[in-house]
Design a protein around this ligand. Structure first.
Ligand code: NAD
Length: 256
């Protein structure tokens, strides 16, 4: 059980982050939800988790595109035994037409935020004598697809950073790993469908089957519950010697 541990999950008012927060809470952890918005419904999500799983849950607004905000999130959480770097965005365009502001935002949110939150969280983990860092990278942290230069660069960066932090904490009771999901049907993926339809001149179902799940030999989306379960496993005693590696949850994508 993760009772008595506090988990901070960046970008967790939706999709995989919310699924991971729910599974960590189910396993007994107190959770801190986060996104860049500060709406009633964001705080309501935390209240709902607290009620459902009888844990402490709070929502803290912080913009993961901003380094100071990333560090402030960890400070405001007070305790961070488990850090899940999940916040992420996507933009799909050929590199010569890739908007510079999109490049900067993707590198900041998907990669630089991991640097800031890990730097801020590690001293507390060392003081507590226990820590788990789980970075939600991607199959695109291990392989590439056309039109995703910023995303692929950022996710490969996350995988590299994960290995480095694992080496820096190797002799301590702290682990640092990356989970590499294939396609999970979340709002992020939903938003890519129109652009991809245009790029490949295909209909919605065709894009899902022939472009997205074409890369995923199982021909099934992974679920947010499965990503949550994988995170809980990496936080368990069984995973204490698993550090500096990637765990693919991709229906065989990276086996191809
Ligand atoms: P999503 O859009 O549902 O969730 C993204 C989360 O990040 C949201 O909670 C959003 O509010 C938050 N976020 C965005 N910008 C932020 C910012 N500036 N500051 C703080 N929070 C911010 O998408 P998702 O699919 O759940 O993606 C979650 C993570 O999983 C991302 O890192 C993504 O790259 C990764 N991933 C997703 C898939 C997939 O198929 N869905 C596959 C591989 C990896």
């Amino acid at each position: 059980s993760l009772q008595g541990k506090t988990a901070v999950i960046t970008g967790s008012n939706s999709g995989i982050g919310l699924g991971v927060a729910r599974e960590l809470a189910r396993a007994g952890a107190d959770v801190v939800l986060n996104s860049f918005t500060d709406r009633e419904e964001d705080h309501a999500l935390a209240a709902e988790i607290a009620r459902e799983f009888s844990v402490n849950a709070q929502y803290i607004q912080a913009d993961m595109s901003n380094g100071a905000d990333c560090r402030a999130l960890i400070e405001k959480a007070g305790v961070c035994d488990i850090l899940v770097n999940n916040a992420g965005i996507q933009h799909v365009a050929p590199i010569d037409a890739f908007p510079q502001d999109k490049w900067d935002a993707i590198i900041a949110i998907n990669m630089n935020s991991n640097f800031h939150t890990m730097a801020a969280a590690l001293p507390g983990m060392r003081a507590a004598g226990w820590g788990r860092i789980v970075n939600i990278a991607s199959a695109h942290g291990l392989t590439a697809s056309p039109f995703k230069a910023a995303y692929v660069a950022a996710k490969h960066g996350v995988v590299g950073m994960t290995k480095t932090v694992a080496l820096e904490t190797a002799e301590e009771p702290i682990t640092c790993n990356a989970i590499c999901p294939g396609y999970v049907l979340t709002p992020l993926v939903e938003a890519q469908i129109p652009d991809t339809m245009e790029k490949y001149n295909m209909g919605r179902d065709e894009v899902i089957k022939k472009v997205m799940l074409e890369r995923q030999p199982s021909r099934e989306f992974a679920t947010v519950e499965q990503l949550g379960g994988t995170t809980v496993f990496l936080c368990s005693d069984a995973a204490a010697q698993i550090t500096g590696t990637t765990l693919s949850v991709d229906g065989g994508w990276t086996a191809l």
